[in-house]
Every structure is written in structure tokens, then in C-alpha cells.
Design a binder for this molecule. Structure first.
Ligand code: ADP
Ligand code: LRH
Length: 480
């Protein structure tokens, strides 16, 4: 039987990796070729992605992966690089946690009211939506020289192949796409003076995106031609494609630096209630809608670990499991936790401000973070079902957070639903399978999910205890 190899480049906010997927009609194996840290750098002008070091990591990874039938790239959303008239990168891409967008949304809403923006784009409010970033950048001298905006995966694709495009699932996070038509929202861009000509033409998952340039072949030792295929280049789109669900009635939580919790739907939910609840309608494979809420996620723990000098995570999680449950909780959806720095102190301050016991030791802070995340998962899963009128009977957790068994169990307890956890490298698997689909090795989304279910290790967590303690904790937060 035919087995083909695909390289999935998956860039997360905490690490980048190049994974090799070997796919046959009944088989799927994933192996890590190379993993490298993603370290944003603060310079006088602000917080920036070190995109050259990421590109170097991609080249090292492709070299380690060896000969493959195709390459696909996904990364975190919303951020972009600017190219000048010669196609050269203008400065380092700005990090979505940079402060340049503070107060920008209000200015945008003075021209296009928030309600109209939501009706047209379906995108939740987040200060870092590309729309607000472009508005913040508009008057800079760098921006006036820019002739092209390439989202991060599209920028790396351009460097690998010399070809420019804008992949749709990631474009849907810019707040400039109409989720009903899956085309640019020309009206919104026009009113805000955003030149959509800066973006390269849209491409969809599965579309060809060029082939590795001769220089890249030389740098990686690969033999050409090696095609690059557009995948769900938003990491969350690729991760959702790899949720190993059996039926349709499931919720998912993609856990990594962020927790993205919600549903896969056929049509967007653009109601007033949905906007008030800050749910987003991002695009997935085959025109599906990823109806979800952004939750701060394991960022809260990553930043705390950094503050503590990176102690052993396994030991800390075992200690946290011994701390009494739900002593204090914070709102893990709050934008107050977006910026880097002083995380244990900020968590403790939030507990103090809401009149709850203040966690002191790293184990106590960790427990508070995990309880708070589980609580935010519970709220998002409940709100999504209610707002979309779409009840579910199981919650799938995918991404790096599936390695945190305490978080998985707490999420099952909080949601009062069984949790199926895995795969941990969901984004890479979704990336691989879209490439394999182009070669006819897998069929529709259902069969992609089935192949993952049959080949990848999954763990099941049954809900324990009663909902009462979670309801009470929710009450403490809403009074805060
Ligand atoms: P991203 O793609 O956003 O960079 P990942 O999906 O790689 O994030 O998930 C990273 C997170 O997974 C880490 O912040 C950590 O909390 C969690 N994680 C990774 N390995 C383990 C582990 N062995 N035990 C518990 N948690 C883990
Ligand atoms: C997760 C993610 C998420 C976005 C955020 C900026 O990696 O792509 O879906 O909202 O990064």
C-alpha cells in the first residue's frame, strides 16, 4: 500500500516544531524531526517575534525530516510581516502581546460600531485582531513603505517558495473576512481605509503554494521538486481538523499557550448575545465555522514557571494535585492576563481583589490557575452550546495541555461531561492530513477524524463529583 511522507511545520507561541507524518490509507504515524524554542524579544520599539530564528528552525527541521512528498505550514494567528516594493521584510513582526493596540479598538468603533463589525466579520473583540494592529501601524513610516502584508505562515511559505498568498482559515482571524461568504469584507475595509490590495490573493487549505526554492533545497539537502501545500494555516484550524470525534455532537478545547474552546458549526452565529459573550466565528476546513472563545490558557502557567526560574513541571503538578480544590479562582478569560511579566503576583492580586484566599506557594498558584482554567472551559462549553443551540455529549481536548492530566480531569469535572484527551500534536496532524487529502490518501473530514481515532493514543476522563462546587466558584467570580 502507498505510504507518503509529509512535513508539518507547526509554530506555536511557545515552541516551533517540524513533524513528519507518514500516511497510508489505513495508517498514520507522526514523529518529531525537530523542535525549537520560540522566544519573543523585547527591544526598545516593543515586543517582536524573532522570525529569522523561526525560519532557521524550519530549515533545520526540513533537513532533519529528510525527503518528503510535501510541506505544510501552520502557526499562531493574527500576526504578520510587512514587505516593501522589493519583497524585503520591513522590521520584525510585532507580537500580539505588544501594547501598541491599546485604545485602538475604540477609535475603530467610532467609524464602524462594534456591533456592525461583529455582524460583518463574526470575530470576537481582542485587542490584537489584525484589523486593530493594521490601524495602529497605519501612520508609521514602516507601514507607508509596505506593499504587502503576509500573515506569519504565509510569510514563511513565501520565503520557502517565492510565492505569495493569504490562506483563508488564518485570514478569518484578521477581522477582515466575511464568514458567510468566505471572502474579504470589502465594505468594512473600505470604511476603515484599509487597502485589501496589501494582501496577496486568498488560497484555501489543499491549494498548491509553490515548491521549495533551489536555495532552500540546497540548505536542507532535499531533492526537488518538493511542493508546499496550503493547509489550515491557523494552528487552531489544523488542530480542530484533528479532533478525533466520532459524531457531530462534540465540543473541543485546543489547549496550548491558549485554550480555544467551542464548537464546529456549518454557519456562523452573529447574534447580539454571541457578541456580548465574546465568541468568535473563525473559519475551518471546507467552509466550517470554528465557533469558540479564547481563554488565556496555559500561558498563565508558562509565565508563572518563568517567574519561578522554570522548576520541574511534573513535580509541581503532583504538588498542585494535593492542594485543596477551588480555594480561589480567577477569570482565565480576562485580558488583564495578556501581557507578560509578574504572573504569580497578578494571579494573587486578582484573588485578593475578589476577597478569596491568596495563593502563596508555587503549588497553590498552579492549582488556582488549573482550577480557573477548568472553570473557564466549563463556561465556554456551556455558553457555546447555549448560544449556538447545539448540545454536545463529549468534550475533546487536543494540544500540549492534554499532557497535563490534572487539567484534563478538572475539565471533565467542571464540564460534567466525559473528556477525550489527545492527540497532543493535533495541529501537526491536521496539517499532515490536509496534505495527504490532496494525494487522495484520506477522504472527508469524518474519515480524517476516524484515522486519527484509530491510530493515535487517546485518554478518557469521566466527570467526578457534583456541579455544585463549580457553580459556587463561578458565583464567586461573577461577584468579583
Ligand atoms: P503552543 O503550540 O501554543 O506553543 P503547545 O500545544 O505546545 O503550545 O502546549 C504547550 C503547553 O503544554 C505547555 O505550556 C505546558 O503547559 C503543556 N505541557 C507540555 N508538556 C507537558 C507535560 N509533560 N506535562 C504537563 N504539561 C505539559
Ligand atoms: C493559538 C492561536 C489562537 C489565536 C492566538 C493569537 O496558537 O492561534 O487561536 O487566537 O494564537
Amino acid at each position: 500500500a502507498t505510504v507518503r511522507s509529509y512535513a508539518a511545520v507547526d509554530l506555536g507561541a511557545s515552541s516551533g516544531r517540524v513533524m513528519i507524518g507518514r500516511v497510508g490509507t489505513q495508517s498514520l504515524e507522526l514523529a518529531e524531526a525537530h523542535r525549537f524554542p520560540n522566544r519573543p524579544v523585547r527591544i526598545p520599539e516593543g515586543l517582536r517575534w524573532d522570525v529569522l530564528s523561526l525560519y532557521a528552525g524550519v530549515l533545520d527541521g526540513l533537513r532533519a525530516a529528510g525527503q518528503v512528498d510535501s510541506v505544510g505550514i501552520d502557526s499562531w494567528a493574527v500576526d504578520y510581516g510587512l514587505l516593501d516594493a522589493d519583497g524585503a521584510l520591513l522590521g520584525n513582526p510585532v507580537h500580539y502581546r505588544d501594547t501598541r493596540t491599546e485604545g485602538v479598538a475604540e477609535k475603530v468603533w467610532a467609524t464602524v460600531p462594534a456591533a456592525e463589525l461583529y455582524a460583518a466579520t463574526g470575530v470576537q473583540y481582542a485587542p490584537f485582531n489584525t484589523l486593530y494592529q493594521l490601524t495602529a501601524a497605519a501612520s508609521s513610516s514602516q507601514f507607508t513603505r509596505a506593499r504587502r502584508v503576509l500573515l506569519i505562515p504565509d510569510l514563511l511559505t513565501y520565503w520557502l517558495t517565492g510565492e505569495q498568498g493569504t490562506e483563508l482559515t488564518n485570514a478569518s482571524t484578521t477581522q477582515l473576512i466575511d464568514p458567510g461568504t468566505c471572502e474579504w469584507s470589502y465594505g468594512i475595509a473600505d470604511r476603515l481605509g484599509i487597502d485589501l490590495g496589501l494582501f496577496a490573493p486568498l488560497r484555501r487549505p489543499g491549494d498548491p503554494a509553490g515548491s521549495l526554492r533551489a536555495e532552500v533545497l540546497e540548505a536542507t539537502g532535499l531533492k526537488g521538486p518538493v511542493p508546499v501545500t496550503a493547509v489550515g494555516s491557523h494552528d487552531t484550524a489544523s488542530a480542530v481538523a484533528a479532533v478525533p470525534a466520532t459524531g457531530e455532537r462534540f465540543a473541543y478545547i485546543c489547549t496550548g499557550t491558549w485554550s480555544l474552546a467551542g464548537l464546529e458549526l456549518d454557519t456562523p452565529v452573529l447574534t447580539r448575545e454571541s457578541r456580548a459573550a465574546n465568541f468568535t466565528n473563525e473559519l475551518g476546513l471546507d467552509g466550517t465555522v470554528r465557533y469558540l472563545r479564547n481563554i488565556m490558557g496555559l500561558w498563565l502557567l508558562q509565565e508563572s514557571l518563568r517567574a519561578w526560574g522554570n522548576p520541574d513541571l511534573g513535580v509541581l503538578l503532583r504538588e498542585a494535585a494535593e492542594v485543596p480544590a477551588l480555594r480561589s479562582v480567577v477569570d482565565a478569560g480576562a485580558a488583564a492576563f495578556l501581557a507578560p511579566g509578574r504572573m504569580p503576583e497578578r494571579v494573587a492580586e486578582a484573588c485578593r481583589a475578589s476577597g478569596q484566599p491568596v495563593p502563596g506557594t508555587p503549588a497553590e498558584v498552579t492549582r488556582c490557575i488549573l482550577d480557573s482554567l477548568a472553570l473557564a472551559h466549563r463556561r465556554a462549553v456551556a455558553d457555546a452550546q447555549h448560544l449556538a443551540g447545539y448540545p454536545v455529549d463529549v468534550v475533546h481536548i487536543v494540544g500540549g495541555g492534554t499532557r497535563n492530566t490534572l487539567l484534563c480531569q478538572l475539565t471533565a469535572d467542571a464540564c460534567g461531561l466525559p473528556v477525550v484527551a489527545g492527540p497532543a500534536e493535533a495541529a501537526a496532524l491536521g496539517n499532515v492530513l490536509v496534505q495527504a487529502r490532496g494525494h487522495g490518501l484520506v477522504g472527508d473530514r469524518r474519515s480524517m477524524r476516524q484515522l486519527i481515532r484509530e491510530t493515535q493514543p487517546l485518554a478518557r476522563y469521566e466527570p467526578r463529583g457534583s456541579a455544585a462546587s463549580w457553580q459556587a466558584a463561578e458565583g464567586r467570580l461573577s461577584r468579583a
